[in-house]
Design a protein around this ligand. Sequence first.
Ligand SMILES: Nc1ccn([C@@H]2O[C@H](COP(=O)(O)OP(=O)(O)OP(=O)(O)O)[C@@H](O)[C@H]2O)c(=O)n1
Ligand SMILES: C[C@](O)(CO)[C@H](O)COP(=O)(O)O
Length: 228
Amino acid sequence: MPAEPKIAAVIPAAGSGSRMRSDVPKQYLAVHGKTLLQYAVEAVQNDPRVAHVFIAVNEQQHPISAKSVADISFVAGGKTRAESVLSGVLHAINQGYSHVLVHDAARPGLPASILTEVIDVGVSSDNGAIVAMPVRDSLKRSEPDQTIISQSVARDDLWQAQTPQIFAAELLADAISEVGIDNPNLTDEASAMEAMGYHPRLVMGSLDNIKVTHPDDLRWVATILKPS
Ligand SMILES: Nc1ccn([C@@H]2O[C@H](COP(=O)(O)OP(=O)(O)OP(=O)(O)O)[C@@H](O)[C@H]2O)c(=O)n1
Ligand SMILES: C[C@](O)(CO)[C@H](O)COP(=O)(O)O
């Protein structure tokens, strides 16, 4: 019988939030008195199978502490999202975790039911699993000047990736290392796994699981997140 998976969450939280144009990096912005990072951490703790949370931070923004408090450790992030994720994954492997569930600090509205489903699917597949949503709107490719349509793009079978994304920890660490932490195509964990020949499973996401990227997004998450 296969061993029970040991699951840790990895939260990349070392970004600068340049598109948000705020004084404070977006993961430290507060909505209803709690930071986006706190919401993201509490969201992944909603499933008791997540035994520990590794948060990858920029030391200029947040102290790094080897000491873990309430099943949370802060580890050094990196220059790219992939480098931050890899740092968290390597810490998880060092502490004996078999699987890692990666979730953006900038996605505060993850519903608990989606978390449970992606874990269920991810641990039962060698390919792992990600949360994603089918593309809804018509898709257009523009001319390079970004003002004129060059052509429409068929949207059949196209999905927008969200997080969480869950994989066997060692496979993901090898995949990210192989593809390279500076590779611009490495925008999520699944893309590293795909480059190694894996086909991660898709789990239906939600608009509530929006990534706060631009200033307008904050108004939207304020309506989704409930004041505690
Ligand atoms: N070097 C980096 C870059 C990003 N992230 C994290 O990756 C998540 C998703 O990335 P994104 O929304 O692109 O965040 P930023 O890189 O901070 O934003 P921007 O691209 O606008 O600068 C965020 O939780 C962000 O903190 C990270 O841990 N380390
Ligand atoms: C991982 C991700 O959130 C999935 O949608 C996304 O790819 C992060 O990309 P970004 O360029 O860092 O916003």
